[in-house]
Design a protein around this ligand. Sequence first.
Ligand code: NAP
Length: 553
Amino acid sequence: MTTNPLHAPSSALRAAPTRLDVAIVGAGFGGMYAVYKFRQMGLKIQGFEAGGDVGGVWYWNRYPGARVDLPSIDYSFAFSPEIEQEWTWSEQFAAQPELLRYINFVADRLDLRRHIQFNTRVCSAVWDEPRALWVVKTDRGDVYEATYCVMATGPLSVPKDPEIPGLDRYRGRLLRAARWPHEPVRFEGQRVGVIGTGSTGIQIVQEVGKEAGELFVFQRTPSFTMPMRNEALTPDYVAEVKRHYAGIRESARNSAVGGTRPQSTRAFFSVTPNQRRQLLEDAWKNGGLAMLGTFSDLLTNPEANEHVAEFVRGKIGEVVQDPVTAEKLKPRDYPIFARRPCLDTSYYETYNRPNVHLVDCLNDPILEITEKGVRTQSGEVELDVLILATGYDGLTGALLAFDVVGREGRTVNDKWKDGARSHLGLMMEGFPNLFMTTGPNGPAALANIIRISEHDVDWIAAAMTHMAQNGLSTIEPTAETEQRWMDIVFALSQRSLLLKAKTWYVGANVKDKPQGLTLFTGGFAKYREYCTAAAQDGYRAFTFTHAKEAVGA
Ligand code: NAP
């Protein structure tokens, strides 16, 4: 029998804790692929997931209208040509039930569930320096010791209630978009309120508006949303995609967005006003995020950006019949695309329904939640159902929500007190053998999360293999390495209009959170280049210890 050099030594003398090679926290796309990849490498793994099954955001977000805003063919795993051929998407932009069916199909097909403990939260992960391993404790009271810890905890996994007094007083039905019930919810004849008009609120409003007796939309900051123009995929199209998946994936990996969405090198003012207008009209007609890729400088040139914003405001005015409502729906105080652009099927049209009412919370702020509903400055709105679509503690929330303690007792909370720091969004100085997928300071949120997750897991796997082949027991970026990466991230971010809006991208939606753009804005392909270079030069920017150096090894 051959022994795998990556394998943890068996700890026959210690009945508990359970000894692992890799502890994997989270069973969304990143965690699922990590389970698969590390199992293929022959490692002893254990996954932990707070939800009752695989799927991450698609397990939790079952609200009406939940739908992906990237084409389904891009928003799917690329690592298995078999799965690509066996699975058939029905719509260009799949809805949550289909996405969850796909995720379950992958979990069944690869037999992933037996490696994952569901309904289990990791409450602490503590680095044991002398023994060079992570001690992982769960809320079930179980303890694991793992050579490596992989945090596949996702950038949008910690929902955030609004900071409005009285939420616990409300006696009607309170629903959170990010923790939606598994059974269908009916709204016929009900007075329903929705707080929040980001991507989530927009998807909910356009569905619930069709059904509710009365719908009150509490809007603080209006979002720009563009037509999705979703359509059923024809068998011919699907067959064509299946024939060309390898090429589709390759071009996605080499693109800024990790997908097939065209990107232009054309600057906005390089073409005539008539051509610009025509290009924008075409993008509006084509739907999806086409508009963002129509010109190269929409996120860096404020004047170009304002032209496009005005074009979209014009479209809002064309669709919404009541001019006062239309005006309230037009965003005016931040650049278009600086908040996540939303895609809708009938959002603006929804406000033409007599049962749908827009409450402009900039002029009529919410004062409190009462037993019966929502009290704004102008009065109380009584509600049978109140839906919260108030967002997430994005990018950093998941790792700050439990104790992650690295060398010399330093916590991630300490390390990130002035903002998230990492090297490549993958590792942190002071936290040896701890990896993140889609971590802060990587391109998460700005590119296809599945392409990023697969890339990150592959990078982590290569680092582990390098260590096994060279008899190394710990890996950690140096402080200088991390600082160099943070300088790159910061310098790029200063050119980006993403800084000009108060969003979860910059931490503005969470009280007392350090503000700043902790995202790599250079595009997915460039990010891959940096990560590849970091490995190809023999991991020179990392420090390693040899197996024999670990105290007690
Ligand atoms: P979000 O974009 O952060 O929006 C949260 C909304 O809640 C904002 O409109 C915010 O208003 C409002 N809000 C928060 N506290 C409030 C308060 N006290 N009073 C009034 N309004 C309040 O969150 P999200 O819509 O859940 O979207 C988060 C991200 O998830 C998106 O950016 C996207 O990346 C992802 N997502 C994607 C899809 C998709 O693929 N189709 C769907 C849903 C979500 P302010 O802006 O004024 O703070």
